[in-house]
Design a binder for this molecule. Structure first.
Ligand SMILES: Cc1ncc(COP(=O)(O)O)c(C=O)c1O
Length: 388
């Protein structure tokens, strides 16, 4: 019998965190008080200014397709945001509004990746990236990184692993799962290395708003010859609205537009009108308060995990994750996370979701819940560790 399932499916791995989320929801349905530290989703809702803008537009009844690249006024506002936040000028024509950073990756890889080409990425990193590459017939070449490079790819990694079939390199700063940033100098070196090799540089800047003691540098401050992926999901608290953006080098504008037209026609019109309020002064003021709350949560969780005996070689500077080494307690972090969920109703994500390097000894804790809830989670974790 002819195989009907496409061969590529066997190469695509599950997003394990979703399995943990499903089990956590089942336990909740049975009446368990689950503390969610698994999913990368802020517990804050979208700011009221954004929700109001969405409702106002919905009531006009004019929810039609927008241009494939997005509402011109939203693209303009995104360009203005780069000017205001980073002092960087971006031509609006290079900006595409997308269904989340996920949609941005589909366009970026669709426009640039040929079958059999490889993309360099860090291990650990956000797991969907390598699966997007597979979707276009390409492949990720993951490179084990550790605290010595702040869990980021460096220019020397790129040089060492570059081959004739390498298409480019992808960095995410702050990183998911480690929350660590690439230094401005290293970012510059990496971009120059990739560009001098004739490749594409992809910069995932989805956690840029959520940086605590320092500032993130956008790849656009270094070069116009980069793909920048960003989103309204995290800093702007709009996960379920499915809206983000992609900035492409000039030569990719036409190809990206064609792909957007064909793949999804346009990003949700309602979400685009709502996002017009995302850069208002009131909205940004509220988001900055939330950022301060995330910083306090990070400090709380970092101190408590260290106290319990987890190892965290670098204090994360951004995103809302702590990637902790749990070798003191287990050499099977997947089983540890499963058992913790069943025994104590605390949901976290095993290292396996982010690669294979040290994955069995690592766990990702998301501080997307209140300090009050995390206080209870830490008590439960303490009990679990001491029972084991
Ligand atoms: C590093 C990173 N990139 C991209 C995404 C995709 O985000 P979205 O499609 O919701 O914008 C996520 C989501 O968790 C992420 O952590």
């Amino acid at each position: 019998m002819r195989e009907r399932l496409a061969a590529r499916n066997s190469e695509i791995s599950s997003f394990y965190v979703m399995e943990f989320l499903r089990r956590a929801k089942q336990l909740e349905a049975q009446g368990k008080d689950v503390i969610h530290m698994e999913i990368g989703e802020p517990d804050f809702p979208a700011p009221p200014t954004i929700v109001d803008a969405g409702i106002k537009h919905l009531l006009t009844g004019e929810v039609k397709y927008t241009p494939a690249a997005g509402l011109p006024e939203l693209r303009k506002k995104i360009a203005a945001f780069y000017q205001q936040r980073y002092g960087v000028t971006v031509d609006e024509q290079r900006i595409f509004v997308t269904p989340g950073a996920s949609g941005a990756f589909l366009l970026a890889f669709g426009a640039s990746l040929n079958p059999n080409e490889k993309l360099l990425m860090a291990d650990p990193c956000y797991p969907c990236n390598s699966n997007f590459a597979i979707l276009f017939g390409g492949k990720a070449k993951t490179i084990a990184v550790d605290a010595s490079s702040r869990y980021q790819l460096t220019a020397s990694h790129i040089k060492e692993h570059w081959t004739p079939i390498t298409k480019g390199a992808l960095i995410a700063s702050p990183s998911n799962p480690t929350g660590t940033l690439i230094s401005p100098e290293e970012l510059k070196q990496s971009i120059h290395t990739v560009n001098s090799l004739g490749g594409c540089f992809y910069s995932d800047e989805i956690y840029h708003g959520l940086v605590y003691d320092t500032k993130a540098t956008t790849a656009l401050a270094v070069s116009n010859d980069v793909f920048v992926i960003n989103s309204f999901s995290k800093y702007f608290g709009m996960t379920g609205w499915r809206i983000g953006w992609l900035i492409v080098p000039d030569e990719f504008i036409e190809a990206t537009e064609k792909l957007a037209q064909n793949i999804y026609i346009a990003t949700s019109t309602l979400s685009q009108y709502a996002a017009l309020a995302a850069f208002d002064e009131n909205t940004l003021a509220e988001l900055e308060n939330r950022r301060a709350e995330f910083a306090a949560r990070r400090d709380f969780l970092y101190d408590n995990l260290l106290r319990l005996g987890f190892e965290i070689p670098i204090k994360p500077e951004g995103a809302f994750y702590i990637y902790a080494n749990c070798k003191k307690f287990t050499d099977d972090s997947y089983q540890f996370a499963l058992d913790l969920l069943e025994a104590e109703a605390v949901a976290i994500t095993p290292g396996k979701d982010f690669g294979s390097h040290d994955a069995q000894q690592t766990l990702r804790f998301a501080y997307t819940t209140s300090i009050d809830k995390m206080t209870i989670a830490m008590q439960r974790l303490h009990r679990f560790i001491n029972k084991g």
